[in-house]
Design a protein around this ligand. Structure first.
Ligand code: GLY
Length: 348
């Protein structure tokens, strides 16, 4: 059984199909891009769906303009034209780079996303953000380029390590907190069936709901002029924690801790109830994600790192904060002293 979500963007609208075995619906691609890890498991299958395959070494450190240039060169060497289609088979790094290569090769060709991680399934494969990192920061070079189709095959979750599942769960919790109390309440039931003993049918409907909510946000504000920024809930604190940990914290762990800090900030401001902030913390812990910072980073360093985030406009830190479970708003120019107190309150 498959589930379908449409991202409504006029003549660039596209469908997201979700379910077990969905990858078999992929049409023949002109160039399929994947990483060395995914290729080990799914490389032979990928070859049945593509005229040629480009494999880059797995890892965020390879999310570079050089790899995108190499993908474009592979496209040119294999004579891809303006009518050709690229396919991303992999996690967020693969989707972001293939999407960016498709955005710039011959000034833009079509691409299809086949995400293999939970995080990519519920977030990065939907919405058309494509980018690479440079030494000055993550995702600083990129383009908005929507895929033509997203095929989410829940069977990929069967080979995904639990740590990666938890990364995706952090984004799913985020979606519940900012947009849908029912989704949040669903996550509170039987946490082991989402972690140590995954129920993949349950995952199908959770992924569908996340994609539906994200599709609505993207349709309303494709280029992040306003509303779309709420998807960054937990990320401004989270990116700072990731950076200060030298990326020993995963993105999911950073976002989980970021949501805890943002929750403390919102509760201290009186815009969110302490009970709901605690409910969020309990869910994060129940799904095996951290709620306390093991290292007490200097709050000045956290603030500097938050200011370095590309979402911080003209030296000011804007925060996405919940006002109830299922609703969040953007608060401009957060006070450094209050940020420091929120961070200190999650030290172990
Ligand atoms: N990952 C946040 C966004 O797509 O806007």
């Amino acid at each position: 059984m498959s589930e379908k979500v449409i991202v409504e963007l006029g003549d660039r609208s596209y469908e997201i199909l979700i379910g077990s075995g969905i990858r078999e619906l992929a049409k023949q691609s002109d160039l399929l891009v994947t990483d060395s890890n995914v290729d080990k498991y799914y490389g032979s299958w990928a070859e049945t769906k593509a005229n040629c395959k480009y494999i880059f070494p797995a890892g965020e450190e390879n999310k570079s303009i050089q790899t995108v240039a190499d993908i474009c060169r592979a496209a040119a060497q294999n004579r891809l034209s303006r009518k050709s289609v690229m396919t991303a088979l992999g996690g967020g790094v693969c989707g972001d780079m293939t999407g960016f290569a498709a955005a710039i090769y011959m000034r833009g060709i079509d691409f299809v996303q086949i995400p293999t991680t939970l995080l990519a399934m519920v977030d990065s494969s939907v919405g058309g953000k494509t980018a690479v990192d440079i030494p000055e920061g993550k995702n600083l070079i990129g383009a908005f380029h929507q895929p033509r189709r997203v095929l989410i095959d829940t069977d990929f979750l069967k080979t995904l390590p639990l740590k990666e599942i938890r990364c995706g769960l952090a984004e799913i919790i985020k979606t519940g907190v900012i947009l849908d109390e029912n989704l949040f309440a669903e996550l509170e039931k039987a946490p082991e069936t989402l972690t140590t003993a995954p129920d993949y049918a349950r995952y199908s409907s959770i992924i569908r709901r996340c994609c539906e909510l994200k599709a609505q946000v993207v349709a309303a504000d494709e280029k992040e002029g306003g509303l779309r920024a709420i998807l960054n809930y937990g990320h401004t604190f989270g990116h700072a924690f990731e950076l200060l940990s030298n990326f020993t914290l995963s993105h999911g762990e950073g976002v989980a801790l970021g949501m805890c800090a943002a929750g403390e900030y919102a509760a201290a401001e009186g815009i969110w109830s302490k009970q709901e902030a605690l409910r969020q913390k309990k869910l994060i812990a129940a799904l095996g994600l951290p709620t306390r910072l093991d290292t007490a980073y200097k709050t000045g360093d956290v603030i500097q790192a938050m200011l370095g985030d590309k979402k911080s406009a003209s030296g000011k830190i804007n925060l996405v904060l919940p006002t109830r479970i299922g609703h969040a708003e953007i608060f401009k120019d957060a006070a450094a002293g209050k940020i420091a107190l929120a961070v200190e309150s999650i030290y172990a």
